[in-house]
Design a binder for this molecule. Structure first.
Ligand code: PLP
Length: 393
């Protein structure tokens, strides 16, 4: 089918809850994606940071193919090796917690919210504080946790027990804790909110406050985790550890999987029968995620993320000098935001037409999140396209 034909099928049969570009994607390899007409695009956005190793990394493909032919689904009343081994990878690379597996970021956060509540059920504490411009998912609880009114519109009444505080404002946070508060939940680097980086003082202050008041610190690393910032998890830049962490997006290198990681003592509260997911931790998705960890190690990708991240920021800052439209360039590793003085939607459309996948969030922030194995030549190529598009009125 060609683009127009498949568009007609969508118009008839697919719910129109997304604004789609008129491009029919067919295949991908590394940073390259091709449409049905054979046009090649350079993907420096990685589909919301999902395609961590680029498209169809051979090691991930091989792991999926091998596992697909062996065992794809096993109910969670049995053991499988991939689920156990993946949990080991995550635990050893983070804070030594235990994992609950699900299939998306929203589900991972939903599990975190439920764990925070059940863990505190004997104390009567149930309130969770989140931050302005956060994004935690689209289920009714996680969209409530998401402190952006545009995502709430039409879905009232929302879930009880959430309150919102400005990001990076420790004093406001301290004031909003009350005797019913059980947890504080945040992204160390806000993704959808425009690549807003938690300051060191703030995140360390949040940890200290949680310790003093007996609150759980939930870190949402769904977008910023899995090596994107040059460390496995963004919180590792801050010298603190969470009590609970959520992962998804990049975890499976392109395959749907989510995980909630919790310290062992807290995790005990999630007793049999309290929470579950049919597909959670299925061997197929876990095999893909194990291959992601192995590839990060084998190809030294944390280091590449650091180096290519610095190079990108350097190049973008020099572009900023000649382009008045760029207000600020900020990021850690390969999680980079380019804040414009104007709305960026048109610019992104032009980039896509010119063969470059980027994204604009929070109206004015271009998101630059290439795969961790990106090379200088790809960054140069992408920035040349961006420069050309910026130079045309
Ligand atoms: C994307 C995202 C989510 C939601 O993940 P889904 O897989 O779309 O449910 C949650 N938190 C953050 C920080 C995200 O970026």
């Amino acid at each position: 089918m060609n683009t127009q034909e498949i568009k007609e099928v969508y118009d008839k049969y697919v719910i129109p809850n997304y604004i789609r570009n008129p491009i029919l994607l067919e295949k991908g390899s590394g940073v390259d994606v091709w449409d049905a007409e054979g046009k090649r695009y350079l993907d420096l956005f990685s589909g919301w940071a999902v395609s961590l190793l680029g498209h169809c990394h051979p090691h991930v493909v091989e792991a999926i193919q091998r596992q697909a032919a062996k065992l794809q689904h096993a109910p969670n009343i049995y053991y499988t090796e991939p689920q156990g081994l993946l949990a080991k990878h995550i635990s050893e690379k983070s804070f030594g917690g235990q994992c609950f597996f699900c299939n998306s970021g929203a589900e991972a956060n939903e599990a975190a919210i439920k764990l925070a509540r059940i863990h505190n059920s004997h104390t009567g504490k149930y309130k969770i504080i989140t931050f302005a411009d956060s994004f935690h998912g689209r289920t009714i609880a996680t969209v409530t946790a998401t402190a952006q009114p545009k995502y709430h519109k039409g879905f009232a009444p929302l879930v009880e027990g959430f309150s919102y505080v400005p990001f990076n404002d420790l004093e406001a946070l301290k004031k909003s804790v009350d005797d019913k508060t059980c947890a504080i939940m945040l992204e160390p680097i806000q993704g959808e909110g425009g690549i807003n980086i938690a300051t060191k003082d703030f995140l360390q202050g949040v940890r200290k406050l949680c310790n003093e008041k007996g609150l759980l610190l939930i870190l949402d690393e769904v977008q910023c985790g899995m090596g994107r910032t040059g460390k496995y998890f963004a919180y590792q830049h801050y010298g603190i550890e969470p009590d609970i962490m959520s992962l998804a997006k990049a975890l499976g290198g392109g395959v749907a999987i989510g995980a909630m990681v919790a310290g062992k003592e807290i995790a005990k509260s999630l007793v049999p029968g309290s929470h579950a997911s049919t597909f959670g931790g299925n061997p197929l998705a876990c095999a893909a995620a194990i291959a992601v960890f192995e590839t990060i190690e084998k190809e030294n990708l944390l280091n590449n993320a650091k180096e290519m991240g610095s190079y990108s920021v350097e190049q973008l800052k020099s572009l900023q000098k000649t382009q008045g439209i760029i207000r600020e360039v900020r990021g850690i590793g390969l999680m980079i935001g380019i804040e414009l003085t104007v709305n960026g939607a048109d610019l992104i459309k032009k980039c896509i037409q010119a063969g470059l996948f980027l994204n604009c969030t929070h109206d004015k922030v271009i998101r630059f999140m290439p795969p961790l194995n990106v090379k200088k030549q790809h960054i140069d190529e992408g920035l040349n396209i961006l420069k050309t598009v910026l130079s045309k009125p």
